[in-house]
Unconditional design. Structure first.
Length: 97
């Protein structure tokens, strides 16, 4: 398993992932409408398949997780993705996550 920034993966692979698991790459949450396939994030890839994916936005020193998916449950994939975002938020000096 390897961890990648979402920008390192082909966009069509991200769109395919979101369509398969969410029906669309568009996410509607309380803070707005987002195209998750174009957001910053991290993905865990195993044998050329995305098995975990997290997207987030950072605005005004606040980091918000927009989506989180773990295909193989109970293996710590979601936890490791959240930690990646937490580390980044700390580096970017976010005051709130």
């Amino acid at each position: 398993m390897n961890t990648y920034k979402t920008e390192e993966l082909p966009k069509d692979k991200l769109i395919e992932f979101f369509k398969l698991h969410w029906g669309s790459p568009e996410m509607v949450i309380s803070s707005g409408v987002y195209d998750c396939s174009s957001l910053d994030g991290f993905a865990i890839v195993k044998e050329d398949n995305v098995i975990g994916l997290i997207t987030y936005v950072i605005k005004d020193y606040e980091c918000e997780i927009i989506s989180l998916d773990s295909i193989e449950e109970g293996k710590g994939i979601g936890t490791s993705l959240v930690k990646e975002v937490e580390n980044l938020a700390f580096e970017k000096e976010c005051k709130r996550m």
